[in-house]
Design a protein around this ligand. Structure first.
Ligand code: FEO
Length: 403
């Protein structure tokens, strides 16, 4: 029987030889309900080159796809664009198996791979802008430090005008379609934004610099081949513009109200705030952490101008669901937001103070006086919540209008 896995031709000289992970549901806290792919690429130059590998348990699938094009022992070079283990997990085994002449990585990549695998294999470091002749074509390396690891780099193939972009421009989406133009645009935008928000967001200022660097490099790019999700071969400007938009984080007239509740008091406040925001013309996303995953929250926060957070007091603190999402959000460093805090309490009432303090640490500008209520909010308190919503809306519309 013919092997069930085959390579997919991406361009004249490049094949996708990655793996599809239909069942993965978690990436270090980021939920991936639609699975993922680990993309590796085979460059069929005179000196055959493999760009990245796959997560360790998927090595056989990658090997099988490589074999559909060429005997794996003919691979001369392996390039590690990114040493995170979803792309390097089977690298040591691949080195043992195919014995490539050379493995290349960025300077930090060389160190990181040693720290990850504690192996004696020599890995050669390449510098930003350095080129590698692979016979009838050439690869150029471009450091993209902190997108999203210190080791990260892009590799450009001149002959096919193709950029191997590792995690950048990727998404966690398991599909048998290999190209973005085979997938609905709404799916691409949602999955791409979710990936950006959960992985790339803290490095947005660097993203803008790298996009500028790539534009200034004069490299003609026809195809972008990331390490997750589909390959971009048509209208690559569409995803580049989205990256510019996501990285810029300009405030929009959208507010995200995130809360957790014990006996529905904080929920009543959240709903009153949301109703007022919407009445003033602000788009609102109301998310209960009793039911929502943190990954969905950060997706919604990505293009919002306001973050309003609520929690009742539990044991002198906030509810654990809120502690979870606030820790996650703080780490992802969303920028240019205004916000406020609210919540109910039974006796001590520290939750709002804690939430405000976290918002300040996140550099969210407190734009309305926070509200704390003992036990169940009455109509007067709900009126105050309405006022909070109106105050945030007025400031938000002013800021969004300025863009
Ligand atoms: Fe897909 Fe940062 O690894």
């Amino acid at each position: 029987m013919k092997d069930i896995y085959e390579a997919v031709k991406v361009s004249d000289n490049v094949y996708w030889v990655g793996a599809i992970d239909w069942t993965v549901r978690d990436f270090h806290g980021y939920t991936t309900p639609h699975g993922s792919t680990y993309n590796a690429y085979l460059v069929m130059a005179d000196d055959i080159t493999l760009i990245d590998t796959v997560k360790a348990p998927f090595m056989d699938e990658m090997l099988s796809r490589i074999k559909s094009v060429v005997d794996p022992s003919k691979i001369k070079y392996i390039i590690s664009n990114h040493s995170e283990m979803d792309h390097s997990g089977c690298l040591p085994e691949m080195i043992d198996l195919i014995k490539p002449q050379t493995v290349f990585a960025s300077a930090v990549g060389v160190k990181t791979l040693k720290e990850l695998f504690h192996r004696e294999n020599e890995i050669i470091e390449v510098e930003d802008g350095e080129t590698l002749n692979i016979g009838n074509m050439e690869l150029t390396f471009m450091e993209t430090r902190m997108i999203h690891w210190p080791d990260s780099m892009f590799t450009y193939l001149d002959k096919d005008e193709l950029l191997f972009s590792q995690d950048a421009f990727g998404m966690h989406l398991a599909t048998l379609e290999r190209f973005a133009d085979e997938i609905p645009a709404a799916t691409l935008e949602y999955e791409g934004a979710t990936y950006y928000a959960n992985i790339v967001l803290p490095y947005s200022p660097i993203v803008l610099k790298v996009l500028e660097k790539v534009a200034k490099s004069g490299l003609k790019i026809k195809i972008i081949a990331p390490d997750h999700g589909p390959v971009w071969r048509k209208d690559i400007g569409w995803i580049i513009e989205l990256y510019k938009k996501w990285a810029s984080q300009k405030p929009t007239a959208k507010a995200v109200v995130v809360y957790a509740t014990m006996w529905h008091s904080t929920e009543k406040m959240a709903r009153a705030i949301s109703e007022a925001l919407a009445r003033e013309g602000v788009k609102v996303k109301l998310l209960s952490m009793n039911e929502t995953h943190r990954s969905e929250v950060v997706y919604e926060v990505l293009d919002a101008g306001a973050l309003i957070v609520g929690s009742p007091t539990l044991n002198n603190n906030i509810l654990p669901q809120m502690a979870d999402v606030m820790t996650y959000l703080k780490g992802l460093r969303p920028a240019n937001k205004i916000g406020a805090a609210f919540g109910s309490y039974g006796w001590s009432g520290e939750s709002v103070k804690h939430l405000e303090s976290i918002l300040k640490e996140m550099k969210v500008e407190i734009a309305a006086e926070s509200i704390s209520v003992k036990n169940v909010p009455d109509s007067g308190v709900l009126e105050k919540c309405h006022e909070l919503g109106k105050t945030i809306a007025a400031e938000l519309l002013k800021r969004a209008g300025a863009n």
